[in-house]
Write a protein that binds this ligand. Structure first.
Ligand code: SOE
Length: 381
């Protein structure tokens, strides 16, 4: 059986996660790796056991590469996705799809025109119990949605000396916490509830108005403590923390909080969806259970177990109940659905996986949230 050959661009945190997930699928082979220069690509390819280190142009010129994963900083997503589509490659792009709405709009149109498979890595949808919550709502088990409360909390930017390209608007865009992790949260809320966000009211806060940017590469775990002269003071104008009020198309309300300076919260998305029949609550740091709230009886805890979930969820579960599945499994499950389309060499009529259109939708909401934070006014989506 010939395998689908794949190239990956970018090897920060998420690129290797894509590679690992792709390697767990029997019909896929990651054969090419591209980075900012051929030296780094060669070193990373050796480290990750990939045969062809290459430049981006070389990757697109390889006739046997069918699909390209864009895992680079946000500012490169548009140009690289566009070039890959024009080169006839299917594309899986990291979120956010682009740095601004016009770029995203152009990518959606180009992808539709080429008919190529296009996906955005909203992988948090692929925790099995997230799809279970969606199916429970679709089957009426929640009733009408009364309210939604969401949060996404991290602490990797907790100290003023924590520094990363995401702090630089020219690389990450004008919104940081909302665009980076709020995008996952807003996508998941609309995916599970089926509601559309129609109006937003946002309040951003930059806790660290200045950060210390290391003037030299900081080798991981080098143990070498940097001295004060090793840092430059950098003014920061993107949000560490944001509260956003939401109005939905069913007339009811929600609110979200995102933060990248919440000590102890390593990567915690929480959502609580209150319906006219039940409430569902789910926590990405304990993803194998859903809390189910009732007015007239005992509350319950649904454990991830293929025998306990709806039929439509079973394809996302590999291991029996109690054999927990987590973050790394979500990408494998997402790619399984994407590569069914790649194997067929065309987009399905109604893709189950998140597409460039979902990436555009997400960016639209984020841009309206940013607009509201600047105007201190309610903004329609
Ligand atoms: C950093 O906030 C980050 O790596 C995000 O970019 C990812 O999308 C999220 O899954 C984990 O945290």
């Amino acid at each position: 059986m010939s395998k689908i050959k794949v190239g990956v661009v970018g090897t920060g945190f998420i690129g290797p996660a894509h590679i690992e997930a792709l390697r767990r699928l029997p019909n896929i082979e990651v054969v090419a790796l591209c980075e900012v220069n051929i030296e780094l690509a060669t070193a990373k390819a050796a480290q990750l056991g990939i045969e062809r280190p290459c430049t981006f142009d070389e990757l697109l010129a390889m006739p046997d590469i069918q699909c390209v994963h864009i895992c680079t900083p946000n500012f490169l997503h548009y140009s690289q996705s566009k070039a890959a589509l024009l080169a006839g490659k299917h594309v899986v792009c990291e979120k956010p799809l682009a740095k601004d709405l016009h770029e995203a709009e152009e990518l959606v149109a180009l992808a539709a025109k080429t008919g190529l498979v296009n996906a955005v890595h909203f992988n948090l949808r692929y925790y099995p119990l997230v799809r279970q919550m969606k199916m429970m709502r679709e089957k009426g088990e929640l009733g009408d949605i009364y309210s939604v409360i969401g949060s996404y909390l991290q602490d990797w930017l907790f100290y003023a000396t924590d520094y990363n390209w995401r702090l630089e608007p020219d690389k990450s865009g004008d919104s940081r916490a909302i665009a980076d992790i709020g995008s996952h949260l807003m996508d998941l809320i609309e995916y599970v509830t089926g509601l559309k966000t129609v109006e937003v009211m946002a309040d951003f806060n930059t806790v660290h108005k200045n950060r210390k940017k290391p003037l030299k590469p900081v080798e991981t775990y080098s143990g070498k403590m940097l001295q004060p002269e090793d840092y430059a003071d950098v003014p920061i104008n993107t949000e560490d923390h944001a509260n956003v009020l939401l109005r939905f198309d069913n007339g009811n309300r929600g609110s979200i909080t995102v933060s990248q300076v919440s000590a102890g919260r390593k990567n915690q998305l929480k959502v609580e969806i209150s319906g006219s029949v039940k409430t569902l609550a789910w926590n990405s740091e304990a993803p194998n259970e859903i809390w189910i709230g009732s007015r007239d009886g005992a509350n319950s805890l649904l454990m991830r177990d293929p025998s306990l979930v709806h039929e439509e969820v079973r394809s996302l579960i590999t291991y029996p109940g109690g054999h927990n599945e987590g973050f790394g499994d979500t990408s494998k499950q997402l790619f399984k659905e994407v590569y069914e389309a790649v194997a067929a060499n065309k987009m399905p009529e109604n893709p189950k996986f998140p597409t460039f259109a979902d990436g555009y939708r997400e960016l639209l909401i984020c841009e309206r949230i940013l607009e509201s934070s600047r105007s201190d006014k309610w903004v329609k989506v």
